[in-house]
Write a protein that binds this ligand. Structure first.
Ligand code: GRF
Length: 233
């Protein structure tokens, strides 16, 4: 396709997004698709919470939404089976977790392995789990950020695609740090999805693999808060 050709929306890779809350990362993905920076189409947004603001964002963008209440299921496996069915209804090429606050079962992860990515608010492997910003401040870290990674059965441990890195400011408050990391997330997640849908990056043999042989296998790309993209910095 030449740059002047407008892609037929029905031929674009199909994206499903799973959320639980505000959906600011979802919005960044919606905006990236609308602007053509991500050559893909979000075809479905699923939330496990009815009051997730991200559902409103999706509806405003004309995207099909679904709500599946995890509290109505006997266990995690039953919820994930219903979730997998709902995802399959949309036949997505890729599934993105954007603040989806449920741990996925290995069965669901295996079903979408290599097609499933997540954004996590720390420089993994540092600080998997919750309260990442507070933990970075408590540890007096000088650097912090966010990671987009392929999802594997171990929580927050899949191979990284890209990391957004910032320097923690002296005396920085939790809220300030959190908002800076969020802003970085809104840069790195659309970029990661664009790489994924164009085949620039893929999951192979448990690793992140780059199409460009000049890029080091199994190393994430780096985006710094105050600088443009630097490949394999
Ligand atoms: C983000 O900080 C993301 O890294 C984490 O959950 C948060 C979601 O925020 N996984 P939002 O709902 O996208 O605003």
């Amino acid at each position: 396709m030449t740059p002047t050709e407008t892609p037929n929306p029905s031929q674009l890779p199909r994206i499903s997004v799973l959320i639980s809350g505000n959906g600011s990362n979802l919005q960044a993905l919606i905006d990236g698709c609308a602007a053509g920076r991500i050559p893909a189409r979000i075809v479905q947004v699923i939330s496990n919470r009815a009051d997730a603001h991200g559902l409103t964002r999706a509806r405003q963008a004309g995207i099909t939404t679904a709500f599946i209440d995890h509290r109505l299921f006997a266990d995690r496996a039953a919820f994930d089976a219903a979730l997998a069915n709902k995802i399959q209804e949309a036949s997505p090429d890729f599934v993105t977790l954007a603040g989806f606050m449920r741990i996925l079962t290995p069965a669901l992860v295996q079903q979408f392995l290599g097609k499933l990515i997540n954004i996590h608010p720390s420089l993994l492997p540092k600080y998997p789990g919750l309260n990442t910003h507070a933990r970075a401040l408590e540890a007096a870290d000088t650097r912090h950020g966010a990671t987009v990674h392929f999802v594997t059965p171990t929580v927050d441990a899949g191979p990284a695609i890209v990391q957004g890195i910032l320097n923690i400011q002296p005396g920085e408050t939790l809220d300030h740090l959190k908002s800076r990391v969020h802003a970085l997330e809104h840069r790195i997640y659309p970029q990661a999805l664009a790489w994924l849908v164009t085949g620039a990056v893929r999951y192979a043999d448990g690793q992140t693999t780059w199409q460009d042989p000049a890029l080091t296998r199994n190393r994430p790309q780096i985006i710094r808060e105050d600088a443009p993209l630097a490949l394999n910095d």
